[in-house]
Design a protein around this ligand. Structure first.
Ligand SMILES: NC(=O)C1=CN([C@@H]2O[C@H](COP(=O)(O)OP(=O)(O)OC[C@H]3O[C@@H](n4cnc5c(N)ncnc54)[C@H](OP(=O)(O)O)[C@@H]3O)[C@@H](O)[C@H]2O)C=CC1
Ligand SMILES: O=C(O)[C@@H]1CCC=N1
Length: 280
């Protein structure tokens, strides 16, 4: 598939995960990718060394050269990130991966309506395993939406949702990898505590996670049934799970995802209140 250039404004972890994934997935060649940040030249040097992509501090050049512009700065930096390029946005599709920043807010900053696709991927994009959801503004054509879906499908799976559901997606799968890493950190501590070599434990934990994920993915059975199949009456699993229940881990997980979802909603209102609507 022949595609134009894609430009990233922001060169952090999410931009890197996407760049790595897009090159690995052969969606874009290195020569079709431009990356810009605010000031960190060492970071841009790293990008060009590692991925062979073009890098620049000149956002205007990036916006003129790219047909897809990915906003990949922190939510608080979106206004500064688009400063000075608003007038150059015309036919490009803007893909925003910013948590909690609405299409309305981006249009307010631009001072006009635009073809904006809000996306919530996760850092597993780097290994082509992102769980992404996208929502488009009313100016996005079906063709542009499909193109963005194809782009995210090349780095994992991609679901189309309504924009209002993106806060929940952020709380669930955008932040999700961190929850799993947190669990693994705890499992690693526990493994040493019960007398295992940390390197042996790491391999066992990773394979356990891979195996369990694959079982959920390929099996027709509900996770609760799969769990039952591990749990022998009066056995070790039952003993372990009884502690998770006693410590109300299920409640903790539900509260964790609710709080992350709420935080995405909070970010949205913080930033939309800050901006004066051009529509008013
Ligand atoms: N990390 C994750 O797992 C996920 C993150 N996201 C979203 O992705 C976005 C980026 O997150 P992350 O990659 O973790 O952030 P990082 O802090 O790692 O990177 C932010 C980048 O934005 C650049 N930047 C800041 N201000 C400007 C500006 N005015 N012009 C150009 N570039 C600028 C910074 O450049 P410099 O270093 O020079 O200041 C830096 O390269 C966030 O909005 C987040 O909500 C979405 C899904 C998952
Ligand atoms: O923590 C955050 O705000 C971002 C959004 C999803 C993952 N990281």
């Amino acid at each position: 598939m022949k595609m134009d250039k894609i430009g990233f404004i922001g060169a952090g972890s999410m931009a890197e995960a996407m760049v790595a994934g897009l090159i690995k997935g052969k969606v874009f060649t290195s020569g079709q990718i431009i990356v810009a940040n605010r000031s960190n030249s060492t970071r841009l040097h790293e990008f060009s060394q590692k991925y062979g992509v073009e890098t620049t501090h000149d956002k205007q050049k990036l916006v003129k050269d790219a047909s897809i512009i990915v906003l990949a700065m922190k939510p608080k930096d979106v206004k500064a990130g688009l400063d000075g390029v608003q007038h150059l946005i015309d036919k490009q599709v803007i893909v925003s991966v910013l948590a909690g920043i609405s299409i309305d807010t981006i249009e307010n900053i631009l001072g006009k309506e635009a073809a904006i696709v809000r996306a919530m991927p996760n850092t597993s994009a780097a290994i082509l395993k992102s769980a992404t959801a996208i929502a488009g503004s009313k100016n996005v054509t079906p063709n542009q939406m499909n193109r963005c879906k194809t782009l995210f499908e090349a780095i994992g799976i991609c679901k189309i949702v309504e924009e209002k559901q993106l806060d929940a997606v952020t709380g669930l799968s955008g932040s999700g990898p961190a929850y799993i890493y947190y669990l693994v950190e705890a499992m690693e501590k526990a493994a040493v505590d019960v007398g295992l070599d940390p390197f042996v434990a790491r391999d066992l934990i990773v394979q356990t996670l891979l195996g369990a994920s694959e079982m959920i993915a390929v099996s027709d059975k509900h996770p609760s049934q799969l769990r039952k199949e591990v749990t022998s009456p009066n056995g070790t699993t039952e003993a372990g799970i009884s502690i998770l229940k006693e410590r109300q881990v299920e409640d903790a997980v539900i509260s964790c995802i609710r709080r992350a979802t709420e935080r995405s909603e909070e970010l949205k209102s913080m930033f939309s209140e800050e901006l004066i609507s051009y529509k008013k």
